[in-house]
Design a protein around this ligand. Structure first.
Ligand code: PLP
Length: 406
């Protein structure tokens, strides 16, 4: 029988958050070994559940959500999303500018499928949330990575973006707040990115799924609130802010000059219709959730659970010889730097694999976020402080003797 092979487009596609190291963790679990999985930003397994009003909303509405919705989404959800855009300072977003999806993930697929032709370039951050790079590649596009500079608190390097714009560039992707770095971008940085998009006729994509998870005293600025006429696609969802990652509830909205994007929007409408609609029970909670957008706020202030976990992991990482990390301003992740000389590390995937095998903790290597050097890894700091301290102790003891074998 002829061998069944995957498409060659998949050769450059990866999702190492659930890749070979995670496969090894599954194998170890099958052998009866207890693994602590810190590879995905999935709040519920760590006891961070949706506020009760979400559960109430879904149970009262379940009968009304058994049919398909409009392919763009339930009107009530789109209205709430349009109102939320206004609240974030984005001008003129109407219900017909909004699409709901099965998570931000599905929106990323649809948004790029409708845009990219073979050979088109798209500017993406490195490190990135790897789905962006993979989808761009699957669409036949070329992911061109601009540097986020650790020395500058992981802010995008504007000169690097400018250098990488070519005649083939179609779009710039901004992930703010950022996964995996925890960076939050100031207005001046966003304004400069908007300017580059404006001067080069580029579409802006702004992935803001962590915008309601910024720590005490920080403010999130939506790219689209600054981008005026530039056609901008803002992506967001409830997986993280309302801790319902399993509901698969996301959306995107358009702002800026829709006239120039008429043809693109036709493509989006077709793709949205082809998949009929997003999960309707999940959409039914959007209006209720966005009436209380900051329901996780108490967790993000000093004394609050996520804040304290962030504070602890940041302090411990910087105290372990050979590790250092920028303090996150939002989200669930920290992206420590490893002194590769000290540990003889040339392969970051091997590093997380060795840690998994010895200490039974699953993390993701920097390369999984398209970071080009083998000198970073990501920690998901969702476990409570007691557990997180024990995990950090494992890392400290592992690194006290670790030398990577070549
Ligand atoms: N964008 C970023 C930056 C993420 O970190 C994630 C998930 O971790 C997603 C999108 C996908 O989220 P969703 O659960 O809405 O598909």
């Amino acid at each position: 029988m002829r061998e069944i092979r995957k498409t060659t487009k998949l050769d450059n596609v990866g999702y190492d958050i659930r890749g070979p190291v995670a496969d090894e963790a599954t194998r170890m679990t099958d052998e009866g070994i207890d693994i602590i999985s810190l590879n995905t930003g999935n709040p519920a397994p760590f006891g961070l559940y949706a506020p009760e009003f979400i559960e109430d909303a879904i149970s009262t509405d379940i009968k009304n959500t058994e049919g398909y919705s409009d392919s763009r989404g339930l009107y009530s959800a789109r209205k709430a999303i349009a109102d939320y855009a206004k609240f974030k300072g984005i001008d003129g977003v109407g219900t017909s500018d909004v699409y709901t999806g099965n998570g931000v993930s599905e929106m990323i697929s649809i948004a790029l499928q409708a845009l990219l032709n073979d050979g088109d370039e798209i500017l993406l951050p490195t490190p990135d949330y790897p789905l962006w790079t993979s989808v761009a590649t699957l669409c036949g596009g070329r992911a061109v990575h601009y540097i986020c500079d650790e020395e500058a608190g992981w802010l995008p390097d504007i000169d690097d973006i400018k250098r990488k714009v070519t005649g083939k560039t179609r779009a710039i992707v901004v992930i703010n707040p950022n996964n995996p770095t925890g960076a939050l971008y100031p207005k001046e940085v966003l304004e400069q990115i908007v300017k580059i998009a404006e001067q080069n006729d580029l579409v802006l994509f702004s992935d803001e799924v962590y915008d309601r998870l910024v720590f005490n005293g920080e403010e999130h600025i939506s790219t689209a609130s600054l981008s005026g006429d530039v056609f901008t696609v803002t992506l967001n969802g409830l997986s993280k802010s309302h801790m319902i990652a399993g509901f698969r509830c996301g959306w995107m909205s358009f702002s800026g000059n829709r006239k120039v994007a008429k043809n693109y929007i036709e493509g989006i409408n077709m793709l949205a219709s082809m998949r009929l609609c997003a999960n309707v029970p999940a959409q039914s909670v959007i209006a209720r959730a966005l009436s209380d957008p900051y329901s996780a706020k108490h967790l993000l202030q000093p004394g609050g659970r996520i804040y304290e976990q962030m504070d602890l992991i940041h302090a411990i990482v910087n105290d372990i010889p050979g590790l250092s990390a920028v303090r996150p301003k939002a989200g669930f992740y920290i992206f420590p730097k490893i002194d590769t000389k000290r540990f003889n590390i040339t392969d970051d995937e091997q590093f997380v694999l060795d840690f998994l095998r010895e200490k039974h903790v699953l993390m993701t290597h920097g390369g999984g976020f398209n970071w080009p050097k083998p000198d970073h890894f990501r920690i998901v700091y969702l476990p409570e402080v007691g557990e997180l301290t024990r995990i950090a102790d494992k890392m400290r003891s592992f690194l006290s003797t670790y030398k990577q074998e070549v």
